[in-house]
Ligand binder design. Structure first.
Ligand code: CP
Length: 432
């Protein structure tokens, strides 16, 4: 690890280790991306901008194959033997339900053995061991480290640690960022994109994938096309502290002609942060920032023009006492979805949420759950399939999945309820 600069002598070794990587962390993303690949394959997964649109399409196709193979015993047997010689460490020192369990399930689908450290008080970090020593130890026993931390740049720093170990001829394993402070949650954005990809195929629920509902929807929305490009995406709630919003907005910016509308209080903590705003503007993305769903953008109330809505919870656990006092003066009820608002949304527009939702705040009340546009439970399940696809790609068994799928299932057209691609249209006449 780094030598100790004299001026840093008051810092802990953990802090000095993070500083050691600072000069690499501040570089532009395009300089870093090649370092997270090996032979054009993903090795470390640190931020969402690593994924090209082609990679997103490819991972979605692989996820679809894993999903369909998993429905048959022969497919399950094939998948579970792909990586049974691999071991993964799930190092989650911030709470998690979905990311932890869907990664564990994805590992199990592919036969990867999992172990976990979730509570650092049970690890030797309580005896003074640094996080970086912990990570290096994990790399001695495991073939992959999937990590969540409240420290924004820890996963990225660990990827550089692994690269340095590789260069010096030591054991080195891939790092997957499963959520890093308020910074990034790249695999959440993968499942968000996967959910949008499936939804915007507009394939009829429960039937052949060839039967499209697009012609029906185009009677109301003649401009409607398949795919993610050219659509308007709304993000509502705690935009400033939402790492899932940062990762997803950065990915959506890769699609042609998208428009992003951020619906958040006009407060520096909760509103869109400057770095993300500038990143999106630099890519020429049309963005709007509004304080409520009824604001008019391009002549239309926001809620009525969205092709997809991404709700988030207000992350009160990060409030300082001063912020809590300030936020008490803001009308946060504007950032809750109501039946009346959903009724005004486009008939096909999916409602997403990374979850957990906050039962006390109620940004999505349970009465919305039965609306065909409510995609958040399906979205969470999609996380298991896309994470399995990602792991298959990192370990280079994705082509084996494709070959097996083509051999076994190319003629398979049976899709059960789990394969519904798009929200069913609400009953009754379609309304504009
Ligand atoms: N969406 C998400 O990251 O959920 P968890 O915090 O439960 O993993």
């Amino acid at each position: 690890m780094s030598s100790q600069p004299a001026e840093n002598c008051e810092l802990t070794q953990d802090e000095r280790d993070l500083l050691f990587y600072e000069s690499r962390i501040v570089r532009p993303v395009k300089m870093k991306v090649p370092e997270f690949k090996r032979n054009e394959h993903l090795r470390h997964v640190i931020f969402s901008r690593q994924f090209s649109v082609d990679t997103l399409e490819y991972l979605a196709e692989t996820a679809d194959k894993v999903r369909m193979l998993s429905k048959q015993r022969s497919g399950q047997d094939f998948l579970i033997n792909l990586l049974h010689h691999k071991r993964a460490m799930l190092y989650f020192t911030q709470p998690s339900t979905r990311t932890f369990l869907s990664f564990m399930s994805a590992c199990q689908i592919l036969g990867i053995t999992c172990n976990e450290v979730r509570d650092p008080s049970t690890s030797s970090e309580t005896k003074g061991e640094t996080r970086f020593d912990s990570i290096r130890m994990f790399s001695s026993y495991f073939d992959l480290i999937i990590m969540r931390s409240k420290l924004a740049k820890l996963a990225e720093s660990c990827a550089y640690l692994m690269n340095d170990l590789e260069v010096s001829g030591n054991r080195s394993v891939p790092i997957i960022n499963a959520g890093s402070g308020a910074d990034e949650h790249p695999t959440q954005s993968l499942l968000d994109i996967y959910t949008l990809q499936r939804t915007f195929q507009f394939t009829e629920a429960g039937s052949s994938p060839m039967a499209s509902r697009l012609h029906e929807l185009r009677q109301l929305h003649p401009e409607l096309t398949t795919g993610l490009a050219g659509k308007t995406y709304g993000f509502c709630g705690d935009i400033g502290r939402g790492r899932t919003v940062r990762s997803l907005a950065s990915l959506l910016a890769k699609y042609e002609g998208v428009k992003l509308i951020f619906i958040a209080p006009d407060d520096p903590t909760l509103a869109l942060r400057d770095d993300l705003r500038h990143r999106l503007q630099d890519r020429g993305i049309a963005i709007s920032e509004v304080e409520h769903f009824d604001e008019i953008v391009d002549g239309v109330p926001v809620i009525e023009q969205l092709d997809a809505l991404y709700m988030t919870r207000i992350q009160k656990e990060h409030d300082s006492p001063a912020e809590a006092e300030k936020f008490a003066q803001i009308d946060l009820s504007r950032y809750k979805l109501t039946r009346g608002l959903v009724d005004r949304m486009k008939v096909y527009a999916p409602i997403l949420h990374p979850f957990p939702r906050d039962q006390h705040f109620g940004e999505i009340p349970p009465e919305i759950d039965n609306d065909p546009r409510a995609m958040y439970f399906r979205q969470a399940r999609n996380g298991m399939w896309i994470r399995a696809a990602l792991l298959a790609s990192v370990f280079g068994v994705d082509h084996q999945i494709s070959r097996f799928f083509e051999q076994q299932y190319s003629e398979w057209h049976h899709y059960n309820e789990d394969d519904v691609w798009a929200p069913s249209l609400p009953k009754g006449p379609l309304r504009p």
